[in-house]
Ligand binder design. Sequence first.
Ligand SMILES: [Zn+2]
Length: 549
Amino acid sequence: MTPSITFHGAAGCVTGFCAELRFEGARILVDCGMFQGSKTLKTLNYADFPFDAASIDAVLLTHAHIDHSGLLPKLMLAGFAGPIYSTEATRDLCAVMLADAGGIQESEVRHLNRRNQQRGRPAIEPIYTEQDAREVMGQFETVKLGQTLEVAPGVSAIYWEAGHILGAASIEVNAACGPEPMRLFFSGDFGPGGSEFIADPQGPAGIDHLIIESTYGDRQRIVADAATRRKMLARELQEAHAAGGPLLIPAFAVERTQELLADLLIVMDSGEVPEGDIFLDSPMAIEATEVFQNQGWNPATGRNPFERVRPSQRLRFLDKPHESDGLDRLQGWHIIVAGSGMCNAGRIRKHLKRLLWREEVTVLLSGFQAVGTLGRLLAEGTKRVTIQGEEIKVRANIRMLDTYSGHADARALEAWALARRPVTGSVFIVHGEPNAVEGLRERLILAGFPTDQLVAPRLDETFSLGKGRAKAQKGEKPRIPPEATAKLDWHNARAQLLVKLSEVLERAPDDAAREALIAQLRHDLGDDAAPDTSARHEAVVPPNAQEIL
Ligand SMILES: [Zn+2]
């Protein structure tokens, strides 16, 4: 049979990376990530896998982030019984992160089912439970960077430093293919390099097919060394303090949080910013911090910059929900670091719900915000948002500090791709929103990659692999249409409409105008029970209502 690759996730969008490799006698997945973002995308997490999980021989896992590892427990529940190969640090982080993801699903489903019951809808099941997540850990087998791993007859793999988060690897796959073996290289997520926390990304040259991420494919970030980065952080803290209220930092529980905490302690110790309590309000980040203390040293410097994090007196770890609730009573200057980084789950939502309406509050976003997430809405300056069904006015100062992102920017992506040359087959550009994929494609063409070499796969698209260019196969339809993978869906649109409606009603001159507008809307929606609006005076409906009508 001809070897092939199918992209079951992070194709046309950023999350849910999962590539299925089919070789003579072996079926292998690279990653099995969870979709995040719009509800349309997230329904894929609940749907059946578009392949037979029991027929998969092994999973090669690049790193612990949920959008790469999050559906592993579901894969086990669907019948996968083979090994999951990862680095030791990735395994340790997965033990924390998958259990957390299982716990989040259980509590979200409980919450949803209460609503479903009230509305007379059927109950739903979590994708997997915390217990399932603990069970899948039994299938992990650890790999060292640089070690040749025999995955299946005729298929081997080598893990390379990705410089993204602790334990993250890019994965080389070598497979028998005619007289000469075929070499594939998966970038996974990789970092910008030059960090004091983590080594620079590495990889081989001379590849048949390259699979490269493109999160920041259309963006160049400020290249900040450690000192500049801390200066930028200090400035944000000074401004947040001057605004008079607390600072909320939605944090990615792994790596970003630990780096941020280490830097927060350094800038506070230096006296550059006013002293204050720092609360880490994320059980997962607290556990991940332990992993970093055990494993998080940079081999290049031999230092463990995370060492200072745990023992600090300024830093308070809030393990228990009631400790987190206690923050509600706190006044004045303090810093709350809570997950998740894109504000789409976790304890940060609770704090945003109670604080976003206050103008003395500052929210500091760090890192990539995917389309459809609350973090993205805030980043784009949305003035009203809906959190857990409640509408909140955004008066807080929303700030961005992108220097803590673990992703290479456009320039670094290009340099990484160039370092892999010669690439004789195809370059698959994945893990990016359409603009980012296109941005990187154009960049790589300018850098000398032939146009026909660069491929932006669609969700569930399959390509035959061999020597030379990969060939797209005519196959099954994608589970959701390509145009739905990276845009706001009707759930987002409905939330925006409701927010707009409240705004218009609020600004209306009086109650009569409000009633007239509601009657008009009900009438337009074909609601027969709506009060008669035929006699209404034009002036009664507020002029700003045109935004909705
Ligand atoms: Zn990642």
